[in-house]
Design a protein around this ligand. Structure first.
Ligand code: SPD
Length: 357
């Protein structure tokens, strides 16, 4: 064999090897198809026992991956190289992903359990016919606090978080829209405001909160507040509910100026390979007993009306987590502000974070 032929063979074998390695590496970002299903969800947002039960009942192996913000999840799906079959974006992210053609249509005929969803959670403006999204959990953004650590503060106003007695005693969840929204709401503006002067005013107000902010954190906020590492925190309602089962001294309130009402949803990204499995998974999560078990485990509020009967009254009757009309009327849902404004919110949030350093 001539040296040239030998060299050609080596190059050929290396190229084939690289091709296989690429396929293999991509598969670690969620290989679906065949008998596997890749689910991409927020951290701490499902009862693992339910995943095991789904696998057992269907024979489908679930590859489960997590994200910590809508923005991170959207970037990952948009950049490709992933094969997620089911993901769980919030409402404004559904609207954005739909507009960017990142979602597949959902076949309602494969979801007999859809009838269990309370109709008030269907047909919402971000997906009016629910062609691309099915409700998963919902909730509010508010303040969890430890009454024995905050003196007379009741947090009926966002401004209480700025009280100087709370120096280095507040945790914030790591979310651009939540933190910017709080700044805007505290000034009486909408959390969907796009007026640059209002946004700068909100940023300046947030800068004044800096001395009180101990840290801006992800899911660990639950453990930190339950362990009394700070007196108060800006959190999603479901996290507050979970924290409060760990530490019964704590309370949760949505300030009077208003806050965010959010909806997280199951969707099928355009990258999906196991469509049948994705529909089976969504339908499984819609089963009332499954939805109740999931809600009890993660602490978030279920939109499944028939699941409520399986929840203890102290959960389903708790107005802090299943708020009545009077409270929800004070709340706003995030709009899809468009890619430029959404990245502007992210930049402002980053500026706030830098200000702390
Ligand atoms: N640890 C699970 C957190 C899920 C919260 N989703 C809320 C999104 C609100 N935009």
């Amino acid at each position: 064999m001539s040296q040239l032929v030998r060299m050609f063979l080596v190059v050929f074998v290396v190229a084939i090897g690289l091709m296989y390695a690429t396929v293999y590496l991509n598969s670690s970002e969620g290989y679906s198809g065949g008998n596997t299903l890749t689910v991409y969800n927020w951290g701490d947002y499902v009862d693992p026992e339910l995943i095991a039960r789904f696998e057992e009942e269907t024979g489908i192996k679930v590859i489960y991956q997590t994200f910590d913000s809508n923005e991170a999840m959207m970037t990952k799906i948009k950049q490709g190289g992933t094969t997620y079959d089911v993901a769980i974006p919030s409402e404004y992210a559904v609207s954005k992903m739909k507009a960017e053609k990142l979602l597949k249509e959902i076949d309602h005929s494969l979801l007999p359990n859809l009838k269990h969803i309370d109709p008030s959670f269907l047909g919402l403006s971000f997906d009016p016919q629910n062609t691309h999204s099915i409700p998963y959990f919902w909730g509010t953004v508010g303040i969890v606090f430890n009454p024995k650590m905050v003196g007379d503060l009741t947090f009926d106003s966002w401004d209480d978080l700025w009280d100087e007695s709370l120096r280095n005693n507040v945790f914030l969840l790591d979310g651009a829209r939540e933190v910017m929204g709080m700044g805007l709401n505290s000034l009486g503006y909408s959390l969907n405001d796009t007026d640059e002067a209002h946004l700068q005013e909100a940023l300046a107000k947030l800068a004044k909160l800096t001395p009180n902010v101990k840290a801006i954190v992800g899911d660990e906020i639950k453990m930190l507040i339950a362990n009394e590492e700070a007196a108060a925190g800006l959190v999603w309602s479901g996290d507050a509910s979970e924290i409060m089962t760990e530490n019964e001294e704590l309370d949760y309130v949505v300030p009077k100026e208003g806050s965010n009402l959010w909806f997280d949803n199951m969707v099928i990204p355009k990258t999906a390979r196991n469509l049948e499995g994705a529909h089976k998974f969504i339908n499984f999560m819609l089963d009332p007993e499954v939805a109740a078990q999931n809600a009890e485990y993660v602490g978030y509020s279920t939109p499944n009306k028939d699941a409520l009967a399986f929840l203890p009254e102290e959960i389903s009757g708790d107005k802090r987590f299943y708020p009545d009309k009077e409270l929800t009327e004070r709340l706003e849902v995030y709009n899809n502000l468009g890619p430029r404004m959404l990245s502007h919110y992210n930049e402002l949030f980053l500026e706030f974070k830098m200000h702390r350093k």
